[in-house]
Ligand binder design. Structure first.
Ligand SMILES: Nc1ncnc2c1ncn2[C@@H]1O[C@H](COP(=O)(O)OP(=O)(O)O)[C@@H](O)[C@H]1O
Ligand SMILES: [Mg+2]
Length: 393
């Protein structure tokens, strides 16, 4: 068909009425076909001229973009968009002259459902010249929902792990309680069957005491479990982290002294303020330092430092203690992982959760028999970064 159109173009004056009729039919067919394709696309399209006036809008675009096509003749595309964020985005696009920009938008339908729409702008090039713009709209709600589902399933999987560890933790105290109750029963039975002499009160009391202790342990497991699954709520404020560290050191100094641990510190002089929850920050330090103390039963050296590195605020806590092998290191942040007889295995889980609340990261280096280094890094707010640049840090 196109061949025919090409052949006759430029020769209109020589065509017979029949041939002209045929030409129109062909062009009509072609236009109808393109129109059908345009309308059946699952991507919403708004074709604009070089002044951003819409010339063609397909039905899908009307579904994906809240458009107000009534009225305004010769309006720019953003004037028709009934969503402020989307309109601003398109307008900003026209100003920057960038070739390709895209962004995701959240829209709520009149029915109250939430939809995610991805909008991108492409140049419309004809005969090697920019002749307009194509606004593309894709509904990515389905994709997003899928992602949420996967994330939820992952959470559920880790919750299942956690539940499995709790079940494991509960087993021991329950077993102990059961054994001690049996012992008490046996003693009572013996007393009944025998000469009526009551069982030695001392034993029964001891068994009961054990039962009580195990109940306490069960209770602690539940309390710890709740603590592990509950999200931490951080109230962030801009604070001087070094001042916080100093306050913490004042609090822990005596204990270090008593345990023959020498403290060495190296703190940046003019620390930038960073966004922290002071109580939770001190909880991080306390967990790390308590672990370090436990790793140095014979005493040793504890290092604490604070510095600015690559735009991040880096705090490290290191010890000259027993260290860990690789396998241990790979598990320390898991809830309930502990190598201590009286450990909860939740200290570092909490540390990790809090650091994530602060937008930070934590890394560990450890060598068996030599010691361990925990390094944390926190983002420094833009404003503070500029101050650092001025002062030449
Ligand atoms: N500084 C350290 N040196 C050696 N081992 C450590 C250190 N910090 C943590 N660990 C290991 O990580 C485990 C988990 O730590 P944590 O979550 O605080 O639980 P807990 O202290 O109750 O055992 C510890 O049992 C220990 O094996
Ligand atoms: Mg601990």
């Amino acid at each position: 068909m196109r061949d025919f159109v090409k052949r006759v173009t430029g020769k209109i004056s020589k065509l017979t009425p029949d041939q002209i009729q045929r030409l129109f039919d062909v062009l009509n067919d072609e236009a109808e076909l393109l129109d059908a394709v345009f309308e059946s696309l699952s991507t919403g399209l708004i074709i604009c001229d070089s002044q951003w006036h819409p010339i063609l809008i397909n039905k899908t675009a009307l579904r994906h973009i809240p458009l107000n096509t009534q009225g305004a003749v010769n309006a720019c595309v953003w004037e028709l968009v009934d969503d402020d964020n989307m309109a601003d985005f398109l307008k900003a696009n026209s100003a920057t002259q960038k070739k390709y920009i895209s962004e995701e938008f959240t829209l709520s339908t009149p029915a109250g459902a939430v939809r995610f729409v991805h909008i991108s702008v492409l140049p419309l090039v004809r005969s090697k010249k920019l002749s307009g713009y194509i606004v593309q709209a894709e509904d990515i709600t389905e994709k997003r929902n899928q992602e949420t589902l996967i994330r939820r399933m992952e959470n559920l999987a880790s919750l299942t792990n956690l539940a499995a560890s709790v079940a494991h933790e509960i087993k021991n105290p329950l077993g102990a309680i059961s054994i001690h109750i049996q012992l008490i029963q046996k003693a009572l039975k013996k007393a009944r069957q025998g000469d009526g002499v009551l069982p030695d009160k001392k034993y029964v009391e001891k068994y009961l005491e054990t039962v009580n202790e195990e109940i306490d342990r069960l209770n602690q497991i539940i309390v710890d479990f709740l603590f592990a699954v509950r999200p931490v709520h951080a109230e962030l404020e801009a604070v001087n982290p070094v001042a916080q560290m100093q306050t913490f050191i004042d609090f822990v100094k005596a204990e270090l002294n008593q345990k023959h641990i020498v403290l060495q510190t190296e703190f940046i002089e003019k620390a930038p303020h960073i966004m922290l929850d002071t109580k939770l920050f001190r909880q991080i330090l306390n967990n790390l330092v308590q672990n370090a103390i436990a790793a140095m039963p014979e005493g040793g050296v504890l290092w604490m430092s604070a510095a600015v590195k690559n735009d991040r605020f880096v705090v490290s806590v290191a010890d000259s203690g027993e260290g860990m092998d690789e396998q241990t290191v790979s598990r320390i942040f898991e809830p309930y992982f502990t190598t201590k007889a009286q450990g909860t295995g939740l200290g570092l889980t909490m540390v990790y959760k809090i650091i994530k609340e602060f937008g930070g990261d934590i890394s560990v280096k450890s060598f068996p028999g030599e010691g361990t280094v925990f390094a944390m890094s926190f983002p420094i707010p833009q404003k503070e970064r500029r101050l650092l640049e001025y002062s030449g840090e």
